[in-house]
Design a protein around this ligand. Structure first.
Ligand code: NAP
Length: 517
């Protein structure tokens, strides 16, 4: 039995205290165990502040970018091993596992390239030099400088690889040392990645805590950053931590999201844009068994297309085998934990009281290749409501599994945007249309409610990654219920880990300070 160790203060330590088991969610076989605590977390913060910050601070952006390129190569070198861990510990199909692991490597590579472009600079310019005096000689220039504390990264169970890498890429490139805490249930991938990364990063730049957070946050101080991804209940707990308010710790929250997809009235389902819409719905329901923060949950279709959409979903979903993802031909695996299965079942039961079934009933399923009674399985579920405005569970409860609800509308773009807004803040929402006027009206009204607006059309269908794919070039995060956080978005992603400062002085000096030495 593997006992997972944490990587703290430059050494691997198993900790002590009660143990939690990490299991295969398809078979419930125990894969590893982790102790609940027994670590010197104060020492880990000290190590990051004294050693990690100094080491990273002595490097240029280009050097830190080269470091990230090395981490991406390490993932590529161990790709098959990491995929096997994700299949076993995450209930991932091979495709799901690649999405997590290749996505992590691609994000590291993106920021490696950004580091190369930023070169030898130590401060990042924010805008242009501004004349603030009587003549152009007296000027101001906003700059970004690395924060000097520790970046604490708390990640959700659903993307153990990508979650580690996307936060790490931005923090290390900005120059901040990291203490990463993966979700306990699926920590095997992040643990193995850290084993690969540890010899490649400067001392103190990356530490890993496996198992519960314990007193992790008690050690926060001025200049530190907490980047959290997970449920809104945990986000609330973090927001209310006195230590965060006391030290003005910067807190970035990525939480729940009830993402919407809208089919516009100009789109025939048989056309390219209509096919993209159905493809994206099915992919978001089944990829990672619907356990994606960006997955579509709420669907709005013109009333006259509702029957066609239901038929298309029945036909596509009916072909997907659900079972142990280690078996050939399985297209959707189990949920990641027993608690997840129970939460999803409870959510479906609540939804079922207010909706009718289009496909899958309430998710009962006979999984393929699984010992009788084992595994945390829920089948794909499509529900329907004819009264989207008064169907409270549709807009209030994130069911973090393979479940969508379809509702009809008149086709009016402002009504579609109001439907998006009922989610009270989404990471992403999407519209499928080839009518630019319709899209313009929809986008203007919906944009304030979403971090990213995906606009599906026949012009981009052949190269679309779908709304559920988070890209390093574009912002990830959303207002309101989604937590109000911002990650990634190219160079914007570094700002969480940097401090903006207005420099004021002689214009030629300011220009020299932001130039490459
Ligand atoms: P969770 O239960 O909130 O846990 C998230 C992380 O927080 C885990 O690492 C967990 O550790 C840790 N944690 C729990 N209590 C803590 C505390 N008091 N102090 C510090 N850390 C604490 O969420 P989850 O079940 O892993 O993930 C599912 C949720 O994440 C869904 O709601 C989903 O929408 C959301 N999500 C959002 C995004 C996004 O980008 N917005 C992305 C992915 C997922 P343990 O595992 O050790 O308990």
């Amino acid at each position: 039995m593997q006992l997972l160790a944490s990587y703290l203060s430059g050494a691997w330590s198993a900790g002590s205290g009660p143990k939690t088991a990490l299991v295969n969610p398809a078979t419930e076989a125990v894969l590893a165990e982790v102790h609940a605590g027994g670590h010197d977390l104060g020492g880990a913060f000290q190590h990051a502040r004294a050693t990690g910050a100094r080491e990273l601070g002595g490097m240029t952006f280009a050097q830190r970018g080269a470091l990230l390129a090395g981490l991406a190569r390490a993932i590529h070198g161990a790709r098959e091993e990491l995929i096997a861990l994700a299949v076993a510990n995450g209930g991932n199909t091979r495709g799901d596992a690649k999405f997590d692991i290749d996505g992590g490597a691609a994000t590291l590579s993106h920021y490696a390239e950004l580091g190369a472009r930023l070169g030898g600079a130590r401060l990042l310019a924010d805008g242009e030099v501004i004349q603030v005096g009587r003549t152009a000689r007296m000027a101001g220039q906003h700059v970004w400088a690395p924060r000097t504390g520790v970046a604490v990264h708390i990640n959700a169970f659903n993307f153990p690889g990508w979650g580690l890498c996307e936060k790490l890429a931005c923090a290390l490139l900005a120059g901040m040392p990291v203490i990463a805490k993966p979700a306990t249930a699926t920590a095997l991938v992040a643990h193995r990645m850290t084993e690969l990364f540890a010899p490649l990063v400067p001392a103190g730049a990356l530490q890993l805590l496996v198992g519960p957070a314990g007193s992790l946050l008690d050690h926060l101080g001025p200049g530190d950053v907490v980047a959290f991804t997970g449920g809104s209940a945990t986000a609330r707990v973090l927001r209310e931590q006195p230590v965060i308010a006391r030290h003005g710790v910067r807190l970035n929250l990525e939480a729940d999201s009830l993402n919407a997809a809208v089919l516009a009235p100009d789109v025939e389902l048989a056309a390219e844009t209509g096919a993209l819409f159905v493809f994206d719905l099915v992919r978001d329901m089944t990829q990672k068994t619907g356990q994606k923060c960006t997955a579509i949950r709420r669907v709005l279709v013109p009333a006259e297309r509702a029957g066609d959409v239901a038929d298309a979903l029945r036909e596509r979903l009916g072909r997907i085998a659900v079972g142990d993802p280690a078996h050939d031909g399985v297209g959707m695996g189990p949920l990641a934990t027993a608690q997840q299965r129970d939460d999803v079942r409870a959510g479906i039961a609540e939804l079922a009281e207010a909706t009718s079934s289009i496909f899958g009933g309430t998710g009962e399923i006979e999984p393929v290749g699984v010992p009788a009674g084992k595994g945390y399985f829920v089948g794909p579920v499509v529900r329907a409501t004819s009264t989207p405005n008064s169907c409270a569970p549709l807009h209030d409860r994130e069911i973090f599994g393979p479940v969508i609800t379809v509702a009809p509308f008149s086709g009016d773009p402002e009504i579609a945007a109001a439907f998006v807004a009922r989610g009270e803040g989404c990471l992403v929402s999407s519209a499928y249309s080839d009518d630019r006027d319709w899209v313009g009206r929809f986008a203007a009204a919906a944009a304030p409610w979403v971090g990213r607006l995906y606009l599906g059309s026949s012009k981009m269908a052949s190269q679309s990654p779908g709304p559920g794919t988070v890209l390093p070039q574009l912002l990830h995060g959303g207002p309101g219920r989604a937590g109000g956080g911002e990650e990634l978005g190219g160079e914007r992603g570094l700002r969480l880990y940097m401090q903006r400062c207005a420099l004021e002085g002689d214009a030629s000096l300011l220009k020299a300070l932001i130039g490459t030495p």
